[in-house]
Write a protein that binds this ligand. Sequence first.
Ligand code: URA
Length: 476
Amino acid sequence: MHVATLEHQVDFDGWRKAARTFRLAGISPEQTAFRVGAAVGGLFDEAAALPATEPAFSAPKAFVDLAREVILHRSADRFDLMYRLLWRLRDESDLMHVASDVDVADALERAKNVSRASHKMKAFVRFRQVVDDTGDAWVAWFEPAHFVLEKTAPFFMRRFANMRWSILTPDGSAIWDEDALTFGPPATRDMAPAEDEIEEFWKTYYASTFNPARLKTRTMQGEMAKRYWKNLPEAQLIPELVAASSVRTEAMVAAPAAEPNLRLAKTLSRMNRDHSFEEGFVPSTLDELGHAVQACRRCLLWRDATQGVCGQGLRKAKLMIVGEQPGDQEDLAGQPFVGPAGQVLDAALEEAGIDRDDAFVTNAVKHFKHTPRGKRRIHQTPVTSEISACRWWLDAERRLVKPKVVVTLGATAALGVLNRRVAVTKERGQPLALADGSTALLTVHPSYLLRLPDEASRASERERFVADLKQVRTLL
Ligand code: URA
């Protein structure tokens, strides 16, 4: 048995070096083992001493990119799995394209879990303020499901560039001093402060964005698994909020927009490459589509957005609701219609007897188009070329969800779905047959209702909007 000793849990370079040496020396997976820990004359000595008996090779990029992700998985056998794949590539050069292969499928699944863990970390890290001699600093305690600290810390660096912060985890710590990002040793929970005033901020924020009309306890726990609750100040509010009545739309409308955020940088992962330009690439799942859109370069809107926001909801929904583009809050949350327009939409759907969770809600354009004004980001309507560029994603969502009815909210959505300019006021409420056999129904955008100047027109337009949605029900 040849044992490779890696320096730490995410020692990709060490694994790659050892795997390359083993492969060149013709050592099969059954004869190898990878361990993490201090090398006792182990890996590098042993591997370096192995003579090459096989011809030089180069691993496909898809494999290397996948290996980088899988190595972050918390399973002990991840290094063995990737070496087995590398070994098999010798005789099966096409292996990475065989998604049904047990090893490939296993690796892809682990990469997906890693990506999900990184996403959860971005969503659920909560900093607490500490004050020391040199001023304010922010500390968070987090227990990631996989070894995603190094992968995810750059996200916080970009987002909180002007703050000194540390993220402490049982695997290691990340420290940003406004200048450099460094990684330190594992930490324990008691090293992070337990409470501060910022808790109140989070609770207020959460209470003002929580929408009881959309509450599905099981879905919520799926997204925000209980393992994360103990570090989330706002989680203490959940029982109370579940019992409480809905938040008022006007308060949300009046709330200032969040500060602009830097866009997510391109990650190294294979999944985040822009597949959409690769000949023949068709996302085969909504998850795959959600990953791929993060690297979309079909137009320039990605540059100023935090992230691409894909549709959400029931995967095989009979009803697809298409809006214009994510707004300020959607851009930050990565979910469609969670801001003020979403509140109006939710209330109208409820009144029309449609459960939003039975629908798939998306937008014609996946990135937030805006212009800065001070600290605010002011919405800008996407132009035709941007809507056309993004139709590729909308069409892919339609192919995957296969809705029976597609409701378009406003002119941009109608153009995205119908691929022609329409006067919504003229064609509103008339079912239109689409090429894929589904039916489109046009109506106004909920933010149009928010912009109406007087109470009377708001009430009557809202009534018409609800009537349109009731008509949708008859088509389902
Ligand atoms: N407006 C939209 O059209 N879509 C959203 O997701 C939010 C606001």
